[in-house]
Design a protein around this ligand. Structure first.
Ligand code: PMP
Length: 455
């Protein structure tokens, strides 16, 4: 073996690097130039990291993060097992990048029926890694540097950083609560857009609006009138609509979920986003999709192709089988979509009663599996810290999980930085939980109430 005389090659290289602006310490070379891309500035903090950790550390009852603690339906689990154990070992390999053929075919069939139009599985549907990736593809594909994107507050929190990462400017417009009639509980329907305020947010720079109906965190299901208002503005200003409909099957009290893409002038400018995680109670599978016109989806395919490329084949196969069953049972009592929303409505009613009984006033959701409650009556237990930057509801939620073992998410997490203190006396609960979990939450609240009222 050849050996160099004098200092080793490694030593020689280290010295070269130090003199070129790198620092070395104990032989370890560290970079001194900034590594973070500028587009990440200001978006590095994330509510979920902190609250998921708090819940894992302190909670005995977790109604925080949005996932069911009950299993997906048997037919779906069985479909997964069948897909795994079938002779066809190709289900363990890559499938078609823009969606497993069986899944895009069934999605095109179902959404074609729902939208009343013929859909081409290959060009009008694209499968994604959960709805998250569908959203990411939309912002990357449509938003240019300086484009404005209208976001309705409160909003699913990732919209804002995703718009910013694409170089866009989020423009926020709030749903404003109006007082309920005397003696009535507030409903998510009482939170409405001010039409003039919404119209004022549209400008020449507006590229898209993000609509989330049914809405996380309020559970608001936008009415036909509200959707028409948004649609008219989209058409007038030639704006795209990114329509996050992941809770499309979770609507209560006979309320109808209306797809904005079905309104006049909207198909051509709307991308519908869905999630098997929410639809089939299997959030860990991370199967999502987009449905829309090819002229929009072709650009999503470019982002998808050059980022994740592909989603897990077996999970797609099982979700396809799940949809096949649902299509056969469509509108029938045995349909999982019908059964799930029936069960969740009962859970919603139960949590509404439980919160109302202790004075944590619930805003009754029309859809989703979330419920927002007013914590004002509990303020004396969790004193305010004057001059703190942290919104009160965030401190309240942290105190609650640490002292009462009950995890929830502060509503301020669903507002932009500048508006976090506008509605900071509310927390969000997820009620997609087993009866025992909801009962345990009720026990905590009842005990807390008794301790409050004890002389
Ligand atoms: N949109 C909304 C409104 C959501 O609540 C969620 C999940 N909490 C998502 C998108 C992401 O869904 P997925 O888990 O399918 O990525």
């Amino acid at each position: 073996m050849l050996r160099r005389a004098g200092p080793s090659l490694r030593h020689f290289l280290l010295e070269r690097k130090s003199s070129a602006g790198y620092s070395s310490y104990s032989g370890e070379v560290k970079m001194s130039r900034p590594v973070q891309a500028q587009r990440l500035e200001g978006i590095d903090k994330n509510i979920w990291v902190e609250f998921v950790k708090l819940a894992a550390t302190y909670s005995t009852v977790n109604l925080g993060q949005g996932f069911p603690d009950f299993p997906p339906p048997d037919f779906l689990k069985e479909a997964f097992v069948r897909a795994l154990s079938r002779e066809n070992h190709m289900l363990h390999q890559y499938t078609r990048a823009f969606g497993h053929p069986l899944l895009v075919k069934i999605l095109a069939q179902l959404f074609g029926k729902l939208l009343g139009r013929d859909l081409d599985p290959m060009t009008n549907v694209m499968v994604t890694v959960g709805a998250y990736q569908a959203l990411f593809c939309c912002f990357q594909a449509f938003v240019d540097e300086g484009d404005e994107v209208i976001i309705i507050e409160p909003f699913f929190d990732c919209y804002e950083p995703m718009v910013k990462m694409a170089g866009g400017m989020p423009v926020f417009v709030p749903l404003r609560p109006k007082a309920p009639q005397d003696g009535k509980l507030m409903s998510s329907a009482d939170w409405q857009l001010d039409p003039a305020e919404l119209a004022s947010k549209f400008s020449e720079r507006t590229k898209a609006i993000v609509l989330n109906s049914p809405n996380n965190p309020l559970g608001k299901v936008f009415s036909r009138g509200e959707l028409e208002l948004i649609a008219d503005l989209c058409v007038k200003h030639d704006v795209l609509c990114i329509s996050d409909e992941v809770y499309e099957w979770l609507v209560y009290d006979g309320k109808e979920h209306i797809r904005i893409a079905s309104l006049q002038g909207m198909w051509d400018r709307t991308v519908i986003i869905g999630s098997a995680g929410k639809t089939f109670s299997a959030t860990g599978w991370k199967v999502g999709w987009t449905v829309g016109p090819n002229r929009l989806l072709q650009h999503l395919r470019t982002v998808h192709q050059n980022s994740v490329y592909h989603c897990a084949t077996v999970a797609q196969e099982a979700v396809a089988q799940g949809f096949q069953r649902e299509l056969e049972l469509y509108g029938k009592p045995d349909s999982y979509f019908i059964q799930l929303s029936k069960e969740l409505q009962q859970k919603r009613d139960w949590l509404v009663q439980s919160l109302d009984a202790v004075g944590m006033k619930p805003i009754v959701p029309e859809g989703t599996y979330f419920l927002v409650a007013d914590i004002s009556e509990f303020e004396s237990d969790v004193p305010d810290v004057p001059d703190s930057d942290e919104p009160y509801d965030s401190r309240f939620a942290k105190w609650m999980v640490k002292n009462k073992g009950l995890a929830a998410i502060p509503l301020s997490a669903f507002y932009c930085g500048a508006h976090k203190n506008n509605y900071n006396r509310f927390i969000r609960f997820c009620f997609a939980k087993e009866e025992a979990t909801l009962k345990a939450a009720n026990d905590i609240l009842q005990k807390w109430k008794r301790e409050k009222t004890r002389p």
